[in-house]
Design a protein around this ligand. Structure first.
Ligand code: DGT
Ligand code: CA
Ligand code: CA
Ligand code: ZN
Length: 572
């Protein structure tokens, strides 16, 4: 059993005991859980080598809890935990997502009405049983009914890009308060994960009550999940949960570090602190009772003996070691990007925007070039892909436009199809006339891995294919990535000099950061927004943060090159 699994069970026991009104024990369990998370060795191995005695050397693990851990390791189960679960068969996590239903109230509804989960709650509310329970009224019953939808939906995560406008509006409103000294967005949002489970805000204020009053009432149609002086949570009508926590100025750096996460990154940092005979928490870095750092993240990383780690990298994917050795990558920044290498126009049946309009939008983004890559080839007739005749007409139009455009160049491209046998949907005689050719899988997504790998490799072997667009084909909320041997594809990309795309559509984010990390030092990449309407050129921002999460430097990204260098590479 892994340390983190053991810790999770100990945490859960703490929660259940607390709700039963048991004193002291919850704290003991929580303390032990935390230590278990921080131990660098596997607990199971420690136990096998040193028995109960070794377990008791873990801080916070005394006689009582050590025997519980022993039982877990030996049998994979814990009777005490099972017994508590039986007394307490409530899905607190799901119920907690309904506005106004904290653990204590949930407990009451369980005792009075047997409500264990969202389905039970819905039944009870619809039968108007809730307003009969002491402490609840018709109003809270109504609120629960309206909170059920978002609570059910909140099992799902929200696309980062979708959350951004909500978070920007909300934080602008908060920042306008005079009682607020500082506000930062942390959590997965700051780490730029492609989806967020909830949004975490940290504030500094001398008058937290005022901030919390404002926060919990700033939107009429949001619901309050919990409200306190130090932490409050609301759910927006979109279903997005937002947590706000207040810290003091002196703790702010350590709070930012802790709540930015990831959890796995934090666990590793705490281990390092311990190895240096210090203790790290959201309140600071301590040596004994003396606080040695906490005001800023920079000083914390420095005191832990490493370089500052950009938030995107904090996923425990080797960044801590790199920071200790002064070997963190110099991540690509937005200013490095000189153009967009995937864009559709009104020439594609499913897109809008004239060539000239797109050129203007691209220029206003500060670009030097924009690749027009409408769908081409017979396979995508569904979206009105261009045939050769139309494609040649578009190329002539682009040549004409480039003569009068100033400070921006349109490149002639196409997004064509990799057919199921690996052949390309347009003839080489056509492809060779274009500046840059994208090819992608748009059909037969469920071929077996070996077939699919061969299919993509044959496409890359075509000398006219320059970029494999959205390589895995996944759609975050609706389509699984295709099965393939990505290691082989990345090797072949290097061998053939084919670039792999980082597609910036929020629903795609394809390749994702894990693929990018695994192809590091092999394949090179392009950034393409795959824009279908001119405003979507702005999705570049998300592609760049994804590239940063994938450890990409300027040299790894084709469109960090100037136009003259592209001309050299592709010979146009
Ligand atoms: P999300 O919301 O699922 O997209 O992901 P995060 O990373 O924003 O997670 P969240 O909101 O649960 O917590 C924010 C950060 O707080 C998380 O990245 C690390 C820290 N944190 C929360 N709970 C724990 C915990 O039990 N142990 C440790 N070590 N860190 C935690
Ligand atoms: Ca979060
Ligand atoms: Ca959270
Ligand atoms: Zn496509």
């Amino acid at each position: 059993m892994k340390n983190l699994e053991i810790a999770r069970i100990l945490y859960e026991i703490a929660d259940m005991l607390e709700l039963q009104g048991v004193e002291f024990k919850p704290r003991a369990y929580r303390r032990a859980a935390r230590s278990v998370e921080e131990v660098s060795e596997g607990i199971e191995e420690m136990y096998k080598k040193g028995g109960l005695k070794a377990l008791r050397e873990i801080p916070g693990v005394g006689e009582h809890i050590s025997t519980k851990i022993e039982e877990l390791i030996k049998t994979g189960k814990l009777r005490y935990y099972g017994k508590l679960k039986k007394e307490f068969p409530i899905d607190l996590e799901a119920l907690g997502k309904v506005g106004g239903l904290g653990p204590k109230k949930a407990m009451k509804l369980y005792r009075e009405l047997g409500v264990r989960n969202l389905a039970d709650l819905e039944k009870a509310a619809k039968a108007h049983k809730i307003m009969g329970v002491e402490g609840f009224g018709a109003k809270s019953e109504e609120k629960m009914l309206s909170g059920l939808g978002p609570a059910k939906a909140s099992g799902e995560r929200m696309l980062l890009a979708r959350s951004v406008p909500m978070v920007e509006e909300l934080s602008a409103k908060l920042r306008a308060l005079k009682e607020l000294r500082r506000l930062e967005v942390v959590g997965s949002f700051r780490r730029r994960k492609e989806t967020v489970g909830d949004v975490d805000l940290l504030a500094v204020s001398t008058q937290p009550e005022k901030i919390m009053d404002f926060f919990t009432s700033m939107y009429r149609d949001s619901s309050i999940i919990s409200k306190g002086q130090k932490k409050s949570s609301i759910r927006l009508s979109s279903g997005l949960q937002v947590d706000l926590r207040v810290f003091s100025e002196g703790e702010f750096g350590s709070a930012m570090m802790y709540f930015t996460g990831s959890k796995e990154h934090n666990v590793e940092l705490r281990r390092i602190a311990i190895s240096k005979r210090m203790k790290l928490s959201e309140y600071g870095l301590f040596s004994g009772t003396k606080k040695v750092a906490g005001r800023t993240e920079e000083e914390l990383y420095r005191r832990l003996g490493m370089d500052f780690i950009p938030p995107e990298l904090r996923e425990n994917m080797g960044e801590i070691e790199a920071a200790q050795e002064g070997k963190l990558p110099r991540l690509i920044v937005p200013g490095d990007v000189r153009g967009d290498l995937h864009c559709h126009s009104e020439w594609s049946g499913d897109a809008s925007g004239s060539l000239e309009g797109l050129a203007k939008s691209a220029k206003s983004m500060g670009y030097e070039y924009l690749l027009i890559s409408d769908h081409g080839g017979p396979e995508v007739r569904v979206v009105n892909g261009l045939d050769e005749k139309k494609l040649r007409k578009q190329m002539a139009e682009i040549d004409g436009l480039n003569k009068k455009l100033d400070g921006i160049t349109l490149l002639k491209g196409v997004e064509t199809n990799i057919l199921k046998d690996g052949k390309i949907d347009l003839p080489n005689s056509m492809l060779k006339e274009l500046d840059i050719v994208l090819a992608s899988v748009h059909s037969n997504f469920s071929q077996p891995s070996a077939t699919m790998t061969k299919r993509i490799i044959s496409a890359m072997e075509n000398e006219h294919v320059d970029i494999i667009a959205h390589p895995t084909g996944r759609l975050i909320s609706s389509r699984q990535p295709i099965a393939m041997d990505f290691g082989e594809v990345a090797d072949e990309a290097k061998g053939t000099g084919t670039f792999l795309e980082i597609n910036c559509q929020p629903e795609r984010m394809d390749l994702d950061f894990l693929h990018l990390i695994s192809a590091r030092g092999k394949a090179r990449f392009t950034l393409g927004t795959d824009s279908h309407q001119p405003p979507q050129l702005r999705y570049m921002e998300f592609g760049i943060s994804n590239a940063r999460k994938g450890w990409c430097e300027k040299k790894d990204i084709l469109n960090a090159l100037a136009l003259k260098d592209l001309r050299k590479i592709f010979g146009f």
